[in-house]
Design a binder for this molecule. Sequence first.
Ligand SMILES: Nc1ncnc2c1ncn2[C@@H]1O[C@H](COP(=O)(O)OP(=O)(O)OP(=O)(O)O)[C@@H](O)[C@H]1O
Ligand SMILES: [Mg+2]
Length: 321
Amino acid sequence: MPDAITAEGLVKKYGEVAALDGMELAVPEGTVLGLLGPNGAGKTTTVRILTTLLRPDAGHATVAGFDVVRDAARLRAHIGVSGQYAAVDDHLTGAENLEMVGRLYHLGAGHSRRRARALLERFDLTEAADRPVQGYSGGMRRRLDLAGALVAAPPVLFLDEPTTGLDPRARIGLWDVIAELVAEGTTVLLTTQYLEEADRLADRIAVVDHGRVIALGTADELKHQVGGERVELSLADAAGLEDAARTLAPLAAGDLRIDAAALQVTIPVADGVAALTRALGRLAAERITVRDAGLRRPTLDDVFLSLTGHQADEKTEESVR
Ligand SMILES: Nc1ncnc2c1ncn2[C@@H]1O[C@H](COP(=O)(O)OP(=O)(O)OP(=O)(O)O)[C@@H](O)[C@H]1O
Ligand SMILES: [Mg+2]
């Protein structure tokens, strides 16, 4: 499968700040790559370079076989873009906005109109279709901007934080649309800070920090890197904590952790449910009361935290206009 998107050694500097510092990507046709990273990691800068809105200071990139610098004009006909901040014309209605995009892509007036109506329906905007965008809510603008990226059914789609500011229903609706497009062969690069979204949509995830990729793999592969399962036990009172740790130590496949404030003991284990059962048996024999017990697998949150040293949801709240 040829790569629909490639990037080699992309560098972009703003004064002293290196927004990109050797960004490398390869996205096979018909797949979804999730770019996951904290604020300021370089996600939007990457999207802007790949969509020809910004020139790199060094490095090369291609999209749909076109060089992002040399073939910028031809490249644009093959991509759809939805930005982190919705780019819609306030004075036009929702339908007019989409028809305008259709005409920019030379779809023809009739085709543009039909396509616009279908997408408005798809994104729950039919009732608002003939109202000026001025009166739209943030989430409505966001959905209209996303519809705009899809008007021309481009083979490569760039979605920068596509579901930020969407309510859960709209978010799931968008996930469905993306899955359909990918099933038809569209290649998607999406940036997100929602680990659940990356987990659900992306074939592969590139974790980005300080302008470069620091880990790449499927969600499962990344979780595996972070480590195996853990048994988590919460005790009823602090008195049992030391005893519990001593009793459970032989079951641990790694470092046992005690969180005194949460009355919690966490034990890395090799054999999941069996270890949980044994742990509970040992504690019962010692008459140590357990308030809560569970087996925990690493989540993408754990991956993110262990790779970047920050929590994924440290995101500062920003309105979607
Ligand atoms: N136009 C600009 N002028 C100066 N610095 C910039 C500019 N655009 C981006 N930067 C800097 O480049 C770095 C990367 O920014 P970028 O917008 O690509 O991050 P991001 O991963 O999209 O972050 P977020 O999650 O907040 O959207 C940041 O340090 C940012 O401050
Ligand atoms: Mg961004």
